[in-house]
Design a protein around this ligand. Structure first.
Ligand code: UD2
Ligand code: MN
Length: 687
């Protein structure tokens, strides 16, 4: 009796405890549930806030503005706000916010591109777009441009052949293994690498935009926890990528129709080709999509104006040749334009033919030839430059739209087989901030057995900015340090030419250790920089090679040196300036064995006065301009006399220092006793 009672008591106690625990648990669950739902609510509200912001953004867009790639303009207060935003951010962001995110562009490709046949099956692409605090609308437009280029229903894909070139089999468009019903072809993924931006709109709002407006399955956003600079940001993207081909883009680009496929095809055909599109300019002030400045002497053919029927008839009646050729009186013919016409008519008597008619601008005589583009060069200061396609390369490539060898690349826009990217050593992961990685990769590609090519049927516009709108790691010259790292590994003795400009970086511990990159170079059995100069970039002027002398050209009596005075432009007068202690680019000149007085890019030439060709006999003297070197012309030949005078061969005039710092030099009749005409060259056979 006793025990059962006690037992009973225990059971009741246990029961009460159990009930208590259960109640607490239920309450806790309820509390947690409630909390969860507030969190969901909160999230929803934030999304709503993003949605609201995006709807507001969309309402701001002015239909038709900038459509086709034409220059966009605003007026009044809006214009002023736009200009202000450009001053602050190097891009007219106010205007960008008002241009459709997926505007179309006029097709600037060489018409021959539309006739190229591509394989139905091409490698898949991972497009990697890196950004740090880029303007939101510009980034979104870049993403749209990639997405749109890969849409299966684009006309260029619809008209594409469905027959595989290699096998002759009919195939679906896409990459191997791709679902043929996917709305996108060739595009595996877009990887956005956020290099630790601080702008809030590039975080949640951008993600929300992608989720709700873009194909989210196609797009990954990689948020880096620290700011690492563009080289490491691209590396992070590349590590993440799974496509066959890596396609790198800056975050302010818009592609022309069908820009992706020509590059994929080339990499399929030639996996060691690293390819770049033609990079067109999107103007930072008005978003005008403009093709690289063509130059008249290139191919000028013909421009058209309303012709006079009657006059032509009269001419035809009087003609006695087999073939009648009508031209307006304001045409310039390209090389060998006549023969193809005659040949065709010989075979087909009733053919009526027109040449390809290019447009020459009426006021500037600039030729608007779509196929004109430039490739990459460099300076020994370590900067990328644009150069004309060398004549020998025009012959080698065989056609205007064939892959064109490029000594270097600008760096931001290129495509490369993913396996080859890693095999070739990806990037130097110790390069911080901005700069240097482009020349490093260019030299590495060529020296280690690859090729670097511009694919003319692929054109992508890029907003070139006049300054970096984002801050870079304080007080570090990342371009200089990265370039020194590059030079240490790839340039052999030619690194000295870089250090001549940057003596401060010689043996500087800031450069860090490059041993592993030198090991890479050995492992890949890469060729020398000398080989690169001899075979890849033969046209490159080496300031110390085949020269009579180089360095500063000092006028001892005044202590002034020849100086290009950082003057920009096609033809800028050569001047004088107090000599620098170290060799600076503006005073770094050479007198070549062929008689050119030049810096790395331009040659000294006497200014020619149309009004009075003999001008400058006694009085003013003739100005000396730094212009593009053109070996043919005698006007760019100089010689160094034993009297230490610099004489212009054609005119027999001598170079005379200006009277004060910053003044132009002049060419005047040679006078042995004139101190202003004596020049000492830092390094020459005499010294
Ligand atoms: C050119 C290249 C650029 C790069 C650079 C040399 C082109 C058209 N552009 O300068 O791609 O090769 O030369 O280094 O070829 N960014 C980051 N983190 C940073 C700094 C920049 O992610 O710390 C991003 C930036 O948002 C942009 C990209 O890197 O998307 C390139 O920077 P840029 O546009 O300022 O360089 P750009 O075009 O003047
Ligand atoms: Mn850029």
């Amino acid at each position: 009796m006793h025990l059962p009672l006690r037992k009973c008591y225990h059971v009741i106690k246990l029961g009460i405890v159990l009930v208590l625990i259960l109640t607490i648990l239920t309450l806790f669950e309820q509390w947690r549930g409630g909390k969860r739902s507030t969190r969901a609510q909160e999230l929803e509200m934030v999304q709503d806030e993003f949605e609201k912001q995006i709807l507001e953004d969309e309402a701001r867009i002015i239909p038709g503005l900038g459509e086709g790639g034409v220059a966009a303009h605003l007026v009044g207060e809006a214009k002023r706000l736009g200009e202000e935003s450009e001053k602050a951010l190097a891009i007219n962001v106010y205007l960008s916010d008002r241009i459709a995110y997926n505007r179309t562009l006029r097709d600037y490709r060489n018409p021959a591109c539309t006739r190229v046949l591509y394989d139905a099956e091409l490698p898949s692409a991972s497009v990697i777009i890196i950004f740090h605090n880029e303007p939101y609308s510009v980034v979104v437009r870049t993403i749209w441009s990639v997405v749109n280029s890969a849409r299966r229903d684009q006309p260029w894909y619809r008209h594409a052949n469905f027959v595989d070139r290699a096998s002759g089999k009919t195939m679906n468009l896409g990459y191997p293994g791709q679902d043929p019903t996917s709305p996108f072809v060739y595009l595996k993924e877009i990887i956005l690498v956020d290099d630790n931006s601080t702008l809030p709109e590039l975080k949640g709002k951008l993600s929300h935009y992608i989720r709700t407006r873009l194909p989210p399955d196609l797009i990954r956003v990689l948020r880096l926890p620290d700011r690492v600079g563009l080289t490491k940001a691209r590396l992070a993207g590349a590590r993440y990528a799974v496509g066959d081909v890596l396609v790198f883009l800056d975050a302010h680009c818009e592609g022309q129709p069908d820009w992706l496929r020509p590059m994929l095809q080339r990499i399929k055909d030639s996996p060691k080709s690293v390819v770049v599109p033609i990079i067109d300019v999107i103007e930072s002030g008005n978003f005008y999509y403009s093709v690289q400045d063509p130059e008249v002497f290139q191919v000028a053919r013909c421009f058209h104006r309303q012709g006079l029927m009657r006059a032509r008839m009269t001419g035809a009646r009087a003609a006695r040749g087999d073939v009648l050729i009508f031209l307006d009186a304001h045409c310039e013919a390209g090389a060998d334009w006549l023969r193809p016409l005659l040949q065709r008519i010989r075979h087909k008597r009733d053919a009526v033919l027109t040449p390809l008619i290019d447009v020459v601008d009426q006021t500037t005589f600039q030729l608007d030839a779509a196929e004109h583009f430039q490739v990459g060069g460099f300076t020994f200061m370590g900067h990328f430059t644009w150069i004309e396609v060398p004549e020998r390369e025009k012959k080698r490539r065989g056609s205007d739209i064939a892959p064109t060898w490029s000594p270097t690349m600008a760096g931001g826009l290129f495509a490369m087989n993913r396996a080859y990217y890693w095999e070739l050593g990806a990037y130097d992961e110790q390069m911080a901030g901005w700069g240097g990685e482009n020349l490093e990769m260019s030299f590495r590609i060529w020296q280690c057995g690859g090729t670097l090519e511009t694919i003319p049927c692929s054109r992508v516009g890029h907003v070139f900015r006049s300054f970096h709108p984002y801050g870079l790691p304080a007080h570090t010259d990342t371009h200089g340090i990265n370039t020194a790292r590059m030079a240490e590994v790839w340039m052999d003795d030619y690194a000295e030419l870089f250090y001549l400009h940057r003596p401060d970086l010689r043996n500087n511990p800031k450069i860090g250790d490059v041993t592993h990159r030198r090991i890479l170079r050995e492992k890949l059995q890469c060729k020398s920089f000398q080989w690169y100069l001899d075979h890849v970039y033969k046209e490159k002027f080496v300031p110390v090679r085949d020269v009579y002398g180089f360095g500063r050209f000092t006028n001892p009596s005044s202590g002034l040196c020849l100086d290009t005075l950082q003057r920009e432009g096609e033809a800028s007068p050569l001047g004088v300036y107090p000599c620098h202690d170290t060799l600076q680019a503006t005073q770094y000149l050479s007198l070549s064995l062929s008689g050119e007085l030049r810096d790395e890019e331009k040659c000294a030439e006497l200014q020619y006065s149309r009004r009075n060709p003999d001008e400058g006999g006694e009085g003013e003297g003739r100005k000396v301009l730094m212009v593009t070197c053109h070996e043919k012309d005698r006007g760019q030949k100089w010689r160094y006399l034993s009297s230490k005078q610099l004489q212009h061969v054609e005119s027999q005039l001598c170079l005379e220092a200006g009277p004060q710092p910053g003044a132009d030099v002049a060419a005047r009749p040679c006078r042995r006793d004139a101190p202003a005409q004596r020049w000492r060259i830092d390094y020459s056979e005499d010294n």
